[in-house]
Each structure stands twice: as structure tokens, then as C-alpha cells.
Design a binder for this molecule. Structure first.
Ligand code: G6P
Ligand code: MN
Length: 456
């Protein structure tokens, strides 16, 4: 099987490659093609992957031959004959992310990669590229499955589905991370539980955790010690979790604690994007200068990146930060969901996964073609949403409003319409004035003219 990774020079590619190396099934990926617009980043990634494969070959019993890895900046050459396409692009790079965060913060709003005005700006510059890619896939690999990691993942998946239909599936590690933490806090293995989860990407709620038909979530919510052991306990506080009666995705922090988040991010010396811009620049330059250390350097930076995720929310008043749980630092969700999805489709091995798919009524109150994040049954025919309990009114209202904004972003980007872009920012629940929405569009046009000056 041929797997194409778009954004193939990206930092998280070795996570996927590592999972491929561990895959010994008959029907597995034998050919990986990395595509990126940046040749230097591709070269560095090839070094890291070669070192990773060599290391795996030295390890204990790996019967399977590693997949071949090639790299190219030619999109059409990469896509031809693909069975699976992983899209993990970052349009505008980390410079773009710093713009999303700073432009919003400078106007007193939340400055975050995917949530709030930052996500709207990121979506506006990503959708045109995603639509072009989808068109090339329709031409060159019409039977391929597209697994979309590209953020903002929900709206980018929905845009790509307008060209490719249900063969585009969006994924995210955060619902799985939440489900694992909740299961672990109850002393259970996730495989023994059935999870109810519903919403949009980075805007969902875990509403039940069933074992043999009995919902264990009320037990978890009642257990102070168990809640204190998981990140959501710190982030939202046990009282608020009990008030909600559910476990919100960590990104809901930015809605329930907007002011606190803006204060924390503003007080930090750098935004997350600024921090990563420095960290990643040093990493890519470092490996280019010391190729023999490619693997060690990558692994150290990976741990550092994971350990500092959402750091500003973990700082205490005395300037210390409580540490992220080791399992969260180790990660595994990102590549785990992608590989599980690919295996279920390629080998017809039924699985239950939380994915971003066309809802078709799975979340009552949304248009049928709206992409939602829900548990799905997956086999060779692809994912099908399973029925979950309806969301309470406050959650559904938020989901509907954000989905309406997503749809405006897709239209604004596809039609290159400035007035639709203003509307998208203005109707976002985290933008508190139409005046500010207009200022956001003007600021984007000034700071990133290559991406926004053509909004007519
Ligand atoms: C999680 C989210 C991703 C997001 C990432 C940001 O994994 O699911 O959608 O891109 O966090 O992590 P970073 O290290 O880039 O801040
Ligand atoms: Mn995500």
C-alpha cells in the first residue's frame, strides 16, 4: 500500500513512521511518499526517519521490512496511485500561527491556534490550499482515503469533503486522550468501555463511559481523587465538571475560562506559536548541521514539545507549573488514531473510533452535511457515526454557532470574499464586536498579504 504524507517535512511525521514500523500485518504500508513545499525540511525528516528505521532494525524481532521512504516537492508525482493520503499541512507555517495568536491578542481577544479568531484566520488561509489538494486527489488518486490532520481539522475536512465526499475523514488526538485519561482514572482499560462523545473538533463533550451498559461517568465525577489525577480536573476544576455533568474537551477551556486564558497567554513571555517557531527553527537547523544526531535531537524536542503543551494553564500563582502526566507527555494518540483508522479500512478490521465525519443527523440540530466529531464504527466501507445521547441545549447552541462560523469560513475562502470573512469573525462567540471583526481582517491583510490581500 502506498501512503502519501502531505506536510511530509513536518515535525510529527516520525510518530506515524514509528507506528508503520511496528505494523507487521500482511496488508500494511510498504511505500511512504513525503510531500512538502520545503525541501530542506524534507531532507531533515528523511534523516530522522532513516535513523528511526535503523534503530528499529537493531531492536528485538521485527519481521516486517520497513516501508520505503521517498520525498518530493511535486504534489502530482506524490499523489499518483496513492491508497491513503495523510494531510498534515500547516499553511503559512509557524509564522502564520504566531500571526493568528498575536493579531487576536493585540485586539484583546483569545490568541489560539484553532479556537476563536485565530482558528478563523487559520481556516481562511488553509481552505483554498486544501481545496486545491482535494482536486488533485480527485484527479490522480480518486479511490484514495484521505485522513485529515490539517487544522482547523473539522472545517478543513468539511471543505475537502465538498470535492471528495465521505472518503475524507478528519482526526484528532484530543478526544482519545480525554477518553484514555477518564478510563485510567476509573482504573479501567479504554477497550473495556464504550464512550459517548459528541460535538465538533476541539469542541466536544464526553457524556458517558459505559461498562456492560452501566455509565461510570457519575462515579468519576463524584471521585475527588480520581478527578485530581487527570488534566481536566486541573483545567476545569471538579465543581465545574460536576455542574456540566460531562467531561469537556480541553479546548473548551477557552470558552468556559476565556478571560483567564487570555490573561495567562498574554502574561507569558511568548505565545505557543512563538515558542514553537524558535524551538523548531533550532531543531531543523541543528539536524541539518549534525545529521548523525537526527534521532536523538528529534526525540528530545518531541518530549519538550509535549511536556509544555498548554503550559500556561498549568502555572500556579507562585510561578511554578504542575507537570503534565507522563502518559500525556509520551503521547501516542496522534499516530494511534491514524493507524487504527487505516487498519480498519485496509484490512476490514472493525473498530470504534472518535472521528470527524459527515454527521448525517448524528448530532441533532446540525445540517446533514456538517462534519461532526463523534464515535464511529469503521470497517472496509469507512466510518459510520454511531448514535450518541443528544447534547444539552447550552452545548448544542455553541456547536451550532461555531459550525455556522466554519461554514462562513469555507465560503469566504472558496469565494475569496472579504465581507464573508468579516461575517465569520463577527459571528464567532469569542469575538465580541463587529468593529473588532473588521479590524481582524485588516490586520491579517497587513501582516500576511500573500494569503489575505486577494479577499475581494
Ligand atoms: C493537540 C491538538 C492538535 C494541535 C496540537 C497543538 O494535539 O489535537 O490539533 O495542533 O495539540 O500542539 P502544539 O504542540 O503544536 O501546540
Ligand atoms: Mn486536534
Amino acid at each position: 500500500m502506498k501512503l502519501v504524507i502531505l506536510g511530509g517535512g513536518g515535525f510529527r511525521v516520525p510518530l506515524v513512521h514509528g507506528a508503520l514500523l511496528r505494523d507487521t500485518a500482511d496488508r500494511r504500508v510498504t511505500e511512504v511518499v513525503l510531500h512538502d513545499t520545503d525541501l530542506a525540511r524534507l531532507d531533515v525528516m528523511r534523516r530522522v526517519l532513516a535513523a528511526q528505521a535503523a534503530q528499529a532494525a537493531d531492536g528485538p524481532g521485527l519481521p516486517a521490512a520497513p516501508p520505503t521512504v521517498t520525498a518530493t516537492t511535486d504534489l502530482d508525482a506524490a499523489l499518483a496511485g496513492a491508497d491513503f493520503v495523510f494531510s498534515a499541512m500547516r499553511v503559512g507555517g509557524l509564522e502564520g500561527r504566531t500571526a493568528d495568536e498575536r493579531i487576536a491578542l493585540d485586539l484583546g481577544l483569545l490568541g489560539q491556534e484553532t479556537t476563536g479568531p485565530g482558528g478563523v484566520g487559520y481556516g481562511l488561509r488553509t481552505v483554498p490550499v486544501a481545496l486545491d489538494v482535494a482536486t488533485r486527489i480527485r484527479e490522480l488518486a480518486p479511490d484514495a482515503w484521505v485522513i485529515n490532520f490539517t487544522n482547523p481539522a473539522g472545517l478543513v475536512t468539511q471543505a475537502m469533503q465538498s470535492v471528495l465526499g465521505d472518503r475524507v475523514v478528519g482526526i484528532c488526538d484530543s478526544p482519545l486522550g480525554l477518553a484514555k485519561r477518564a478510563a485510567g482514572a476509573l482504573g479501567h482499560d479504554l477497550d473495556d468501555l464504550e464512550i459517548d462523545y459528541a460535538g465538533l473538533n476541539h469542541l466536544g463533550w464526553l457524556t458517558a463511559l459505559r461498562r456492560d451498559g452501566r455509565d461510570l461517568l457519575p462515579d468519576l465525577l463524584a471521585d475527588e481523587t480520581a478527578l485530581a489525577a487527570i488534566e481536566e480536573g486541573h483545567l476545569f476544576g471538579p465543581d465545574w465538571l460536576r455542574t456540566l455533568g460531562s467531561l469537556p474537551n480541553e479546548y473548551l477551556y477557552y470558552y468556559y475560562f476565556t478571560r483567564d486564558a487570555i490573561g495567562q497567554i498574554t502574561a507569558a513571555p511568548q505565545t505557543r506559536g512563538e515558542y514553537l517557531l524558535d524551538q523548531q527553527a533550532a531543531f531543523y537547523a541543528g539536524v541539518a548541521g549534525a545529521p548523525d544526531e537526527a534521532w536523538q535531537r528529534w526525540d528530545a524536542v518531541r518530549r519538550e514539545r509535549n511536556a509544555t503543551y498548554m503550559q500556561e494553564t498549568r502555572e500556579t500563582d507562585d510561578g511554578e507549573a504542575h507537570e503534565r502526566a507522563e502518559a500525556d507527555v509520551e503521547g501516542g494518540g496522534y499516530e494511534g488514531v491514524a493507524l487504527a483508522l487505516m487498519a480498519a479500512i485496509a484490512r476490514d478490521e472493525p473498530a470504534r473510533l472518535i472521528l470527524n465525519v459527515r454527521g448525517g443527523g448524528a448530532v441533532a440540530g446540525l445540517p446533514d452535511d456538517a462534519v461532526v466529531e463523534v464515535p464511529c464504527r469503521v470497517d472496509a466501507r469507512g466510518p459510520v457515526p454511531v448514535a450518541v445521547s443528544p447534547l444539552p441545549g447550552h452545548a448544542l447552541g455553541l456547536v451550532q454557532q461555531v459550525k455556522a462560523v466554519d461554514e462562513l469560513v469555507i465560503r469566504a475562502a472558496a469565494e475569496q470574499s472579504r465581507s464573508l470573512a468579516v461575517e465569520a469573525f463577527a459571528l464567532h462567540p469569542l469575538v465580541d464586536s463587529v468593529t473588532v471583526a473588521r479590524q481582524l481582517v485588516t490586520a491579517y491583510e497587513r501582516r500576511l498579504p500573500d494569503f489575505y490581500a486577494s479577499l475581494g
